[in-house]
Design a binder for this molecule. Structure first.
Ligand code: DAH
Length: 432
């Protein structure tokens, strides 16, 4: 079943573990910081071997968030690693010369010129939201898999890193907004490959209609909204890509009925770039909009940018290598990314007997925690069950590859050995 679709199509098994609430601790406010991330120094002795320094605080729109507010060892619900914390406040979508910022601006241009600037824009809403905003307000059922610790980053039982920009729909409607675009960074625990990264960017669009809009059309309000939505998004795709092969796929979201996905043909495959639909009446009713209909969509900006600029790997968006960053310019939509070089991959396999609590997302998080952006892909290549032992074995192939340089054997062996140690220690598996 496809639920939150824009980055991942498969939701892995998970149980919902929500512990008693203690609320989000107060955030400290401070005057401005020149950079987004503040690094603690000196590093504690035992952490010296880490590839990246631990960030002690981040700045989100002038608000300083301390590491301890988001990465908590004292709360068993908390599953936010340092690597994710350090991404808070980076806001790639607000950088005009970055592909994510360029594509955001191009989408703004489309809406400004086709809807006479009637869509309001929000791009600095905090990614730290309540479970109510992220799930309840958009009618995600209590037992829905997306609420699990396996899929979502929890700060505490009632606070998450938003896993979609839909988390802001209800609050903006309540405040009286009727047509808006919300852009922001979203966070999901997920698998590792060229189109998946645990932080990415979405743009949410929302448009409310009144009876006078559809009455004269002579068609039913839901159909009216669905047709208007598809026309709008097909126009956007043409604005961005010109003639591109695309197709609509029917799907399911808790917040829309009917629901659709738009896929674009890219590198010999169909790539899902957005989810959308006609908003459930329950969401509109929360804001007293009983007599209205609305459409909504959530676009995956990385995916659109990958198609537009021919960017082969989602990790590149986080690269500060000038050979990447210097290729893009404000408002420049026509160019294609020129790979600076393809460095060789290095493959390492790891096999272990899994336990009942094992999940692939947890495994991927361990690998990312050690290898950072040097890991390109994690793939299950073999699985079998030994009936006598009552145990299941998994063999994963890890592809290590830097986008910026060649890795040495020693470096990769070192990473793999750390992965082996940590997988055993953290995931309760038995190495084979
Ligand atoms: N929130 C969905 C996701 O992350 C995308 C989406 C689907 C947004 C339908 C919407 C919507 O606003 O109406 O995959």
């Amino acid at each position: 079943m496809t639920i939150f679709s824009v980055q991942s199509t498969i939701f892995t098994r998970a149980s919902v573990v929500l512990l008693s609430s203690n609320g989000l601790k107060r955030f400290s406010f401070a005057s401005s910081f020149s950079s987004n991330a503040v690094y603690s120094s000196p590093l504690p002795k035992m952490k010296k071997q880490r590839r990246y320094p631990i960030v002690s605080a981040v700045d989100i729109n002038g608000v300083t968030i301390a590491r301890n507010d988001v990465v908590r060892d004292d709360d068993p619900t908390n599953n936010v690693p340092d690597s994710i914390f350090s991404k808070l406040g980076m806001q790639l979508h607000r950088r005009d010369k970055h592909p994510i910022g360029i594509i955001k601006n191009a989408i703004y241009d489309y809406f400004d010129s086709n809807y006479a600037k009637k869509f309001e824009k929000f791009e600095d809403l905090s990614p730290i939201v309540s479970t109510k905003q992220n799930f309840d307000d958009v009618l995600v059922p209590a037992d829905h898999v997306s609420r699990s610790l396996n899929d979502t980053y929890y700060v505490d039982p009632e606070t998450v890193l938003r896993c979609h920009t839909s988390a802001h729909q209800a609050e903006l409607l309540r405040k009286g907004h009727r047509r808006f675009l919300v852009t922001g960074d979203v966070y999901r625990r997920d698998s590792i490959d060229a189109t998946h990264y645990p932080v990415f960017h979405q743009m949410e669009g929302f448009c409310v209609f009144s009876p006078e809009d559809w009455n004269e059309s002579g068609i039913d309000s839901t159909l009216y909204a669905a047709e208007d939505l598809k026309k709008c998004l097909e126009g956007l795709a043409r604005h961005l890509f010109g003639a591109v092969e695309m197709r609509w796929v029917d799907t399911y979201f808790p917040f829309t009925e009917p629901s659709f996905e738009l896929e674009i043909y890219f590198k010999d495959d169909w790539l899902e770039v957005l989810g959308c639909g006609v908003t459930e009446q329950g969401i509109l009713k929360q804001s007293g909009l009983d007599n209205n209909v609305a459409w909504a969509f959530g676009l995956g900006l990385e995916r659109l940018a990958m198609v537009l600029f021919d960017i082969p790997d989602i990790r590149l968006f986080w690269s500060s290598d000038e050979r990447f960053t210097s290729q893009f310019g404000k408002g420049e939509l026509g160019l294609k990314f020129k790979p600076f070089s393809k460095y060789p991959p290095c493959y390492k396999d790891i096999s272990f007997w899994i336990s009942d609590s094992f999940t692939e997302n947890n495994f991927c998080e361990v690998v990312r925690g050690i290898a950072g952006d040097l890991v390109e892909e994690v793939k299950l290549i073999d699985s079998f069950t030994n009936k006598k032992k009552g145990l299941t074995s998994h063999c994963y192939r890890i592809v290590f590859r830097s986008m910026e340089r060649s890795l040495t054997d020693e470096e990769v062996n070192n990473l793999q050995s750390k992965v082996r140690d940590e997988v055993q220690r953290k995931l309760n598996v038995e190495l084979r």
